[in-house]
Design a protein around this ligand. Structure first.
Ligand code: MRU
Length: 345
């Protein structure tokens, strides 16, 4: 299940706002429309957003490649700024744009018509590396899962949130493929329902036993001993191990700690913001409150009621048992062990 890929001169995105009832793939060649697709969450999930932004930069370069060099570089600044303005929390977006900008900078001596081809190669590389990182993460993470475990996950950190295979669901997939006989509880993940719409859909399609619960059921499932471990993804990890992920992850982490259940975060090193000292600095996206007041287009809250809709929260590193990356499993003390990862990238 590839939510983002390049084919025959077009960027293809599975429309994740329509799943699971309708499966549509949209085609893009305009970087402005690609930016809108990120903002509107047609594509979502930190690594998938990064991959999409990489292609967005390429399509911007393709549009402006015949301009005089100075205009081309000015336009590319505009392209990158637009793509960077789409969503603030997932660092993979900025990581991918910076990587594309570095390619532009390193090839300034070349004609834009040649540079555009190099940018296409880079966007393709970001995409294929993401798949490999997910596979490697899966291998490392599966070792932490025991035979017969039931795993709770929150939001969708699956193939649909990456270029393929997934981060948290990559670990779950790898454990399943290793014959560990695992099963999964998927939080529905209010208000955007990525758990109900995407995780349940993805796991069901793969034949991995999944039970959907509402977010407020997780604690009770833990109390009854029905959950052996939690595995979630991440949108940004600070260098002290604080983790920004979908709103509700913090509550799950607190519950896991209270019940003595391991809380694992699976994320590629592209999700680590090495420059950020702690999660206090992470910008949390605030989204339209209509996501709360309405479900499936039907109003469920009174007109005019006050609402808040933070899309992410930050789980303090003290609540996280281990962070699974493509380079291996990282344990506390995170402020020492995360910076060490930088040398391995
Ligand atoms: O708002 P979304 O759907 O983009 O949020 C996605 C998440 O929070 C995921 O858990 C995170 O990006 C990890 S995805 C591999």
């Amino acid at each position: 299940m590839k939510p983002v890929y390049y084919e025959n001169g077009e960027l293809k995105l599975i429309d994740q706002t329509k799943l699971p009832t309708t499966f549509i793939i949209h085609s893009y060649t305009d970087y402005r429309e690609i930016a809108t697709a990120i903002t509107d969450m047609i594509v979502r999930g930190a690594p998938a957003i990064g991959v999409t932004a990489g292609y967005g930069v390429y399509f911007g370069a393709l549009e402006y490649k015949d301009e005089p060099k100075d205009i081309f570089y000015d336009k590319m600044k505009e392209v990158c700024a637009l793509l960077a303005s789409t969503r603030p929390t997932a660092v993979n977006l900025f990581w991918a744009i910076k990587r594309m900008e570095a390619v532009i900078e390193a090839n300034k001596d070349k004609d834009p018509t040649r540079l555009v081809e190099i940018l296409k190669d880079e966007a393709n590389a970001i995409c294929s590396e993401d798949i490999q990182m997910c596979r490697d993460m899966g291998k490392h993470g599966a070792e932490l899962i025991h035979y017969g475990d039931t795993i709770l996950t929150h939001c969708n950190a699956g193939a649909l949130a990456t270029a393929d295979y997934g981060t948290a669901l990559g670990v779950i997939r790898a454990a399943h493929e290793a014959g560990k006989n695992i099963s999964v509880y998927a939080d529905e993940t209010r208000p955007f329902l990525q758990g109900a719409r995407l995780t349940a859909y993805e796991l069901q399609a793969d034949g991995i036993p999944v039970t959907l619960i509402t977010d407020n059921m997780a604690g009770w499932m833990m109390k009854q001993g029905k959950i052996d471990g939690v595995v979630v993804g991440a949108d940004r990890i600070a260098s002290n191990g604080d983790v920004a992920n979908k709103i509700g992850t913090y509550s799950v982490a607190v519950l896991a700690k209270a019940h003595g259940i391991p809380m694992y975060v699976a994320a590629p090193t592209s999700t680590i913001d090495f420059a950020m000292k702690s999660g206090d600095e992470i910008v949390i996206e605030e989204r339209d409150c209509r996501e709360i007041s309405h479900i499936g287009g039907i109003q469920i809250a009174p007109d005019g009621v006050a609402m808040e809709n933070p899309a992410f929260d930050v789980t303090p590193h003290q609540n996280i048992t281990a962070i699974i990356t493509e380079k291996g499993v990282v344990y506390p003390p995170y402020d020492i062990n995360i910076p060490k990862l930088k040398d391995e990238i």
